[in-house]
Design a protein around this ligand. Structure first.
Ligand SMILES: O=C(O)CCC(=O)C(=O)O
Ligand SMILES: [Fe+2]
Length: 315
């Protein structure tokens, strides 16, 4: 009793890996670990030293400053697209608040977001958000490049890389002020291509394994959780896993987290390449547009479905 080792996500070190790597051996080794982790768990913990400890500190100072703004100000962050603007005050998830910053790695976009909330500007906030997103987008690109290479899909590299936009979503979960575990964010699979999560030192993220166990994720301050979304799962014809995950909170401290989401552009049709479809791996999903799928996901039927993706476009 109690002697079982707690389940852990695979840990992969990216400190010596870059896209134009001259160290081919290191690239190939890391690539095979990435492939294995994404096949089995749909996610892994990444050590990525491009985000300095100073940037780590300023990003969480910035988040606190942002969520400390009056509700009326935060509500100014609106978007036509679901979950892109301010989200909060939901009775189902009372601890949760989030805001979306579209194309945060692009300086002008980070500036226009900043201007919405601080009419007089806030250069420090803007630079921090932009630099963090830009650096993290490099990790997103490395992982996607490794996935395509490991599946022998190199010829789709340019098309694939150009078919997405970035959204940085910043989140705050209030501490529930009890030691009982309370729901911070419902169990879900992400709907995009790749998500990279980072948190302050308050844990809460849980990821479900294929056999149904929940892993309590305990990342170190300089690590990131890299996770596959349903669109990448569909595009690879199920070769990668897209994991259910949720946030559970306890105690007094607030949890701040950020997710950099690579999201298929509206109008781009997600269709598994013929190389990943064969007798052993029959086509799982009909081609679909991510934005239309997202719209379905937020309907009553989409929310009720066990798998919104299967209900929407399963073969
Ligand atoms: O806060 C987290 O760590 C997870 C957030 C999440 O799963 C999401 O925004 O999709
Ligand atoms: Fe998620």
């Amino acid at each position: 009793m109690g002697s079982e080792t707690p389940l852990k996500l695979p840990f992969i070190d990216f400190s010596d890996v870059d896209q134009n790597s001259t160290n081919a051996l290191n690239w190939d080794l890391t690539k095979s670990r990435v492939h294995q982790a994404l096949e089995e768990f749909g996610c892994f913990e990444a050590s990525f030293t491009d985000i300095s400890p100073e940037l780590h500190t300023s990003i969480f100072d910035s988040l606190q400053q942002l969520f400390d703004l009056p509700l009326q100000t935060k509500l100014k962050n609106r978007s036509q697209k679901p979950f892109h603007g301010y989200v909060g005050q939901y009775p189902q998830v009372p601890l949760y608040e989030s805001m979306g910053i579209e194309e945060a790695p692009v300086l002008e976009k980070a500036e226009s977001f900043t201007k919405i909330l601080w009419s007089e500007g806030n250069p420090e906030f803007c630079t921090t958000i932009q630099q963090f997103s830009e650096k993290l987008s490099k990790l997103d690109q490395i992982v996607r490049k490794m996935v395509l290479e490991s599946l022998g899909l190199d010829k789709y590299m340019v098309e694939h890389m150009c078919s997405t936009d970035y959204l940085l979503r910043v989140m705050k979960y209030k501490g529930p002020e009890t030691n009982e575990s309370k729901l911070g964010l419902n169990a879900h699979t992400d709907k995009n291509i790749v998500t990279i999560l980072h948190q302050n030192q308050v844990d809460g993220l849980e990821v479900q394994t294929k056999s149904g166990d929940w892993i309590k994720v305990q990342p170190s301050p300089n690590s990131f959780i890299v996770m596959i979304g349903d669109s990448f799962y569909a595009w690879t014809n199920g070769r990668l896993h897209s994991a259910y995950h949720q946030v559970m909170m306890s105690g007094e401290k607030a949890r701040y987290s950020l997710g950099l989401f690579s999201i298929p552009k509206a109008g781009y049709v997600i269709k598994a390449p013929e190389e990943v479809v064969d007798e052993e791996h029959p086509l799982l999903f009909k081609p679909f547009d991510h934005v239309e799928f997202l719209q379905f996901y937020y309907t009553e039927a989409g929310q009720r479905a066990q798998s919104a993706l299967k209900t929407y476009c399963g073969v």
